[in-house]
Design a protein. Structure first.
Lengths: 373, 303
């Protein structure tokens, strides 16, 4: 084994010395860093399976650019300090591209190492907005939505489908809820007069009651409420509104798309909208990927599997389209070439977020969250 | 909707909230008045009252009892249960420390608060639970229908009746007189034959009963509870008690209402972002000009 790795390194080093693009018999090293053991292993292992399945497909067809692809998993247990070790190890093994890391914190810690070595890293699961928004990591891509994108989706849904012109935006003053609300407000205010924010306020989480803010919403003449925060406050506000015969739509985030919300708010939860991770059940590729997993591993795929499968496809497709393992060419291909994946037909924007990947809107119908078509 | 109507809505919203604060604040102020202890576990008694009501109402509801009967049975059981907790907390955590330095029972009170919170967390659940609306629903005349809900009317009326009852109890009964005597001077009261231990126990029982009533009212109104609700309600009620003058019974009532209105009007006319800022700015302001609170009596010995 050691010998094999050494020779792989030697070959890879030789390739690097000879300059990129040479179609020498070599290997494409497909790194898969993530949580493969420990508490969060269930988040990371499906990604390894996805990588293996996609790579197998390519290798069965004779590999990529005349080279075989090799999957190299690297465990870091979602711990930032182990993530940097994993990254150094992959870099020293001359990894071509990497699919990972899984947790946002670990991803953040490892990213600079890949950046310095000019290696593309694509995460199936890290949703922290800063990873792409900061602009610090041109080598980072992801196939999952960004936390703050929900705000935009909530706003456009409220203005478009619900047709509300006056919107009250309420949040719980926390990082997550306020971030969501601020994005929603920006989207409403930037809609070119299509709708306006008539109220933008934070409430104190855990307050004894929310009657005053509900009366203020009523007074503002809002036609819909967008709420950023978690379900305890959302259920209290919704219940107070409905008890006062305020029937205007209530739109919120995936902190509210939780069974507890429906359990607590009961009949008052009916009709509430909340965004959550996208529903891909209409995509045939999604089902194909799931079937492949069942056949190969005799089990249902775990969490982030569709995102990981898509990321593996996107990475290998980019190498194929680039016709080379050169960093700049791969990055360019990721940004320009569309690829069909289980999460839809995607390419990546300047910052590294997959275009069109994100969140769907759900509504409570008969005590359950149902996808809004 | 007119400006006047909006003002009235905010006014009554504040009145409802203030009534609840006042009910809980009475427990703080009575205990402080008698033994100069800030009973930090009081907010937890309010929470336990609400939890008991939830369990009893759940059982009775599953037996198919009508709404009124559920309320009439649930409220006394919650009150008795919470009072038992209040009584026991005093015997376990405060009585052995009665002659200790004043900081010791204070720490013991904080410990009791944390203990009770975690006890409910472990024995019940960490989740939010739906709370049935036990308050009677009735149609209000049209001109107030848009401003008030029937549960708000019930809360305000109940709170007013309970407070009137408490005031007359303290003013006109033998036991009330004994309470006032103990509050004025514990040793003298003992010398003239007042059973001080009994008075203290009774104070805890009454305070806990009031908190339980507040807990049931607000949980029905808001429709959900969890193990943590006592903390914030307790802090707010304690603030109300200090605002009105801790140790003073009418002060706690007034403090509760003033706090409720301040919060409500701050939200209604300024921003709910600053709800707490206004509430505590008012507290600071009042304490600068009246260090003992609105109705408190400056007493150099106690402070």
């Amino acid at each position: 084994m050691t010998k094999k790795i050494t020779s792989a390194i030697a070959v890879a080093a030789a390739v690097a010395l000879m300059g990129t693009g040479s179609a020498q018999a070599a290997e494409i090293i497909f790194g898969v860093p993530g949580a493969h053991s420990g508490d969060l292993a269930s988040y990371g292992l499906p990604t390894v399976n996805a990588a293996k399945l996609v790579v197998e497909q390519y290798n069965a067809k004779g590999g990529l650019l005349g080279m075989k692809i090799k999957v190299v998993p690297q465990d870091e247990q979602c711990k930032p300090e182990l993530a940097t070790n994993a990254a150094f190890k992959l870099v020293s093994e001359k990894v071509t591209v990497a699919l990972g890391h899984i947790c946002s914190g670990a991803t953040k810690a490892a990213l600079p190492i890949y950046k310095d070595s000019k290696i593309v890293l694509m995460s199936p699961s890290a949703t922290n907005p800063e990873l792409t928004l900061s602009g610090d990591y041109p080598n980072f891509f992801r196939t999952i939505g960004r936390d703050d994108n929900q705000g935009k989706i909530g706003a456009s849904f409220t203005m478009g489908k619900l047709g509300a012109k006056k919107i009250a935006v309420i949040h719980d003053k926390g990082d997550y809820g306020k971030g969501y609300a601020e994005r929603a407000k920006e989207a409403v205010d930037g809609s070119g007069g299509k709708a306006t924010t008539v109220l933008f306020e934070g409430v104190t989480p855990g307050a004894v009651d929310y009657t005053a803010i509900v009366q203020k919403i009523k007074q503002s003449g809002a036609e819909a409420v967008i709420f950023g925060g978690y379900h305890p406050e959302a259920s209290k506000i919704v219940m107070t509104m409905r008890k006062r015969d305020m029937k205007i739509p209530f739109v919120s985030d995936d902190g509210v798309k939780d069974a507890t919300f429906i359990k607590v708010a009961g009949e008052f939860a009916e009709g509430v909208y909340a965004s959550g991770p996208e529903d891909y059940s209409g995509n045939p590729l999604y089902h194909q990927a799931n079937e492949a997993h069942k056949k190969a591993f005799n089990a249902d795929p775990g969490v982030f599997y569709p995102q990981a499968y898509s990321a593996a496809l996107a990475l290998l497709n980019a190498i194929e389209k680039a016709g080379s393992t050169d960093y700049d060419k791969i990055v360019k291909a990721l940004r320009t070439e569309y690829v069909e994946t289980p999460v839809g037909k995607i390419r990546f924007d300047e910052r590294g977020d997959a275009e069109g990947v994100g969140f769907d809107m759900y509504q409570v119908v008969k005590g359950e969250f149902v996808l809004v078509k | 909707m007119g400006r006047m109507e909006y003002f009235l809505e905010i006014f009554f919203g504040g009145l409802t909230r203030g009534s609840i604060y006042a009910l809980i604040a009475l427990g703080y102020t009575m205990v402080y008045g008698i033994i100069q202890l800030i009973n930090f576990a009081h907010g937890e008694i309010y929470m336990i009252g609400a939890f008991t009501a939830l369990i009893v109402a759940g059982v009775l509801g599953s037996l198919g009892m009508p709404g009124y009967a559920i309320l009439l049975l649930t409220l006394p059981i919650a009150v008795i249960y919470a009072s038992a907790y209040g009584f026991t907390v005093e015997k376990i955590a405060y009585k052995p420390l009665r002659s200790a330095p004043r900081l010791s029972p204070l720490i013991s009170a904080i410990g009791m608060s944390i203990f009770l919170q975690n006890y409910i967390l472990l024995a019940q659940t960490a989740d939010f639970l739906p709370f049935p609306n036990l308050l009677p629903y009735f149609d209000l005349p049209d001109f107030v229908g848009g401003i008030l809900t029937s549960s708000e009317v019930t809360i305000v009326i109940t709170a007013a009746l309970v407070m009137a009852g408490l005031t007359s109890f303290i003013k006109f009964t033998r036991m009330g007189k004994a309470m006032r005597a103990t509050a004025q001077n514990q040793r003298m009261a003992m010398l003239v034959g007042v059973n001080v231990d009994q008075v203290i126990s009774l104070t805890f029982i009454i305070g806990s009963a009031l908190a339980a009533i507040g807990g049931v009212l607000i949980a029905s109104h808001i429709g959900q509870i969890n193990f943590y609700i006592g903390f914030i309600a307790g802090i707010k009620a304690f603030t109300a008690a200090v605002l009105g003058g801790i140790g003073s019974v009418p002060g706690a009532m007034l403090g509760g209402l003033v706090l409720g209105w301040t919060e409500s009007f701050a939200t209604g006319y300024v921003s709910s972002d600053y709800e707490d800022v206004f509430a505590f700015a008012l507290l600071v302001l009042i304490l600068i000009f009246r260090p003992a609170g609105i109705l408190g009596k400056a007493d150099s010995q106690k402070v």
